[in-house]
Design a protein around this ligand. Structure first.
Ligand code: FAD
Length: 508
């Protein structure tokens, strides 16, 4: 199951195991069972610390990862290869007794959870948002005997996925009920379970020199530049990493030929933490007010004060806003082709949007699904010509230009899409199982109201130093009126805003 390179790397990790681990394997005669058993056996030959026992578990094929004489509740249903191989290796190490690389505070929060938590996460092996959730839930299971977690590969358990109506990954059930959908960190899961930090943790914070709001590329860069000036710096982020957490492959981050979004996001966080920056993750700002200092109120009620503020709250997927979109979200309406594409294998889907992201999505999906219908509002596609050429070379794609999406239809799940030919006014309907909305982004700036000047699109207006119309308030990245929205541009503007804020502090 494993090639020589992976085996060599794996051997080094297995050396780090601190105690014996028992893999309890539930296998049948099917192909997935045979492959799973051969993976487990191969591992057992690589480390004398790994023991294997055949048992009957709730799902077949599956296996659990246990301490000797004590079940941990960590179960993999299907074969944890692809993006989940790291989850499997981490589970082996953590169950063996190796300490996880997580804050002590987080470990205590997980250990202190009371009650019974039976988590099931539905994933696909090509989903780059899934491992974070799987690893977080595995860690919680290892730390707390009241928590169990089963990772279920949707491709190996198609009937279960269909019967439970799972149409997006990762989808997490808690004690059989829907818990979450999409990427989540262990801190986010704990916060959702009521074990996160509350307002009292922020009550007595001294004012900052620079307070950054938003932890994407722009915010991370602004925080690093500010902290390197030796001034008191804080960063508030709803979700550290920002949009790059949803980005599969990045090939235009100059000097790095290829990387993956989540990898870049964790490097950003690591780099910020190298400096004396007060990182307040999982916190949303809800109000800005300029008094003597700038005040930022968080959703948990805490009020932070700072001499200067850098707004870098970025952007998020734009909704198409037609009937059916909200109703069938995660029931056939999806926004992340890399994550959810495999759930539509062999089915018909539509992509709304003919820009670069829409056409990239259509090309990706065409390799997995039966047929892709692309709907573009304008008379021509806006995507780069190289993407259009590739798209038109595919035999299972139909492109409709100059059409307006009217409704996403369905009963329990999406069953079709209705659109209007704009030239003739004629209404048409296509039967399909999934709709991927790819019509760009909206700036996350509504929470500012009239506190700073924004364009009619909601973008914060900045000058060449990143300054807004409010003295001491700066902005950077995708939330501003910059002409182009890219990682490297956001990082550059984060640096500009931090230097602008420092200059303002020096002069005032
Ligand atoms: C699918 C996809 C693929 C992409 N591919 C590429 C690529 O290959 N190359 C490239 O250069 N660019 C790419 N981009 C664009 C790139 O990701 C963005 O330009 C970049 O992430 C913008 O950085 P940012 O820091 O301005 O904003 P974001 O990345 O959007 O980060 C915003 C931050 O603010 C936080 N936030 C939002 N509201 C609040 C609030 N009220 N309170 C506190 N925090 C808040 C968010 O949680 C997040 O931490 C891609 C984007 C997407 C969606």
């Amino acid at each position: 199951m494993l090639d020589a390179d992976i085996k060599a790397q794996l051997a080094q990790y297995l050396e780090l195991m601190e105690g014996d681990v028992l893999l309890k394997v539930s296998a049948g005669e099917d192909k997935v069972s045979r492959e799973m058993t051969s993976l487990v056996d191969e591992l057992a030959t690589m480390s004398s610390r790994i023991k294997v026992e055949m048992v009957d578990l709730e799902r077949t094929p599956s296996f659990s990862v246990n301490r000797i004489g004590e079940d941990t509740g960590v179960v993999f249903a299907g074969i944890p290869l692809g993006h989940e191989f790291t989850s499997f290796v981490l589970a082996l190490l953590q169950v063996s007794g190796r300490a996880p690389k997580v804050d002590e505070k987080v470990i205590a929060q997980a250990k202190n959870l009371e009650g019974t938590y039976r988590f099931e996460s539905y994933i696909s092996l090509s989903c780059q948002n899934c491992p974070e959730v799987v690893q977080a839930l595995n860690l919680m299971s290892v730390l707390n005997p009241n928590i169990t977690h089963t990772m279920i590969d949707g491709a190996a358990f198609k009937d279960e996925v269909e019967s439970k109506n799972i149409m997006a990954v990762p989808t997490v059930l808690l004690n059989g009920e829907s818990f979450s959908s999409g990427r989540m960190t262990v801190e986010e899961i704990l916060a959702k379970l009521g074990s996160g930090p509350d307002a009292s943790e922020f009550a007595d914070k001294d004012p900052y020199d620079v307070l950054v709001i938003g932890g994407g590329p722009a915010g991370a860069s602004a925080a690093i530049y500010a902290a390197r000036k030796g001034i008191r710096t804080g960063i508030v982020a709803d979700r550290f990493g920002g949009q790059i957490l949803d980005t599969a492959s990045i090939e235009n981050f100059i000097s790095v030929k290829h990387t993956e979004g989540p990898k870049l996001a964790s490097s950003l966080e690591e780099h910020v933490k190298e400096y004396n920056v007060d990182v307040m993750n999982l916190q949303r700002a809800k109000r800005l007010e300029k008094k003597d200092l700038v005040e930022i109120e968080l959703e948990n009620g805490a009020v932070l004060k700072s001499k200067t503020v850098i707004l870098s709250t970025g952007a998020r997927w734009r909704n198409v806003g037609v009937p059916g979109e909200a109703e069938f979200k995660n029931k056939g309406v999806a926004y992340c082709p890399h994550c959810d594409g495999p759930l539509f294998a062999g089915k018909d889907v539509a992509v709304i949007g003919g820009g670069n992201s829409g056409i990239e999505a259509a090309i990706d999906l065409a390799g997995i699904v039966n047929h892709v219908t692309v709907l573009e509002f304008m008379p021509e596609l806006k995507a780069d010509s190289v993407l259009q050429e590739r798209l038109y070379s595919l035999s299972n794609v139909t492109v409709h230009k100059n059409v307006q999406t009217k409704e996403i239809t369905g009963t329990d799940n999406v069953n079709g899409i209705t659109y209007i030919e704009r030239e003739t006014g004629e209404e048409k309907h296509v039967e399909l199982a999934g709709v991927f909305v790819q019509i760009g982004l909206v700036p996350s700036t509504e929470w500012l109201g009239d506190a700073v000047e924004r364009t009619k699109f909601g973008e914060i207006v900045v000058d060449k130093r990143g300054a807004t119309n409010v003295p001491g308030v700066f902005a950077a990245g995708d939330c501003t009126d910059s002409a182009y929205k890219q990682i490297i541009i956001s990082m550059g503007s984060g640096a500009t805003a931090a230097l602008g804020a420092f200059d303002y502090l020096v002069r005032n």
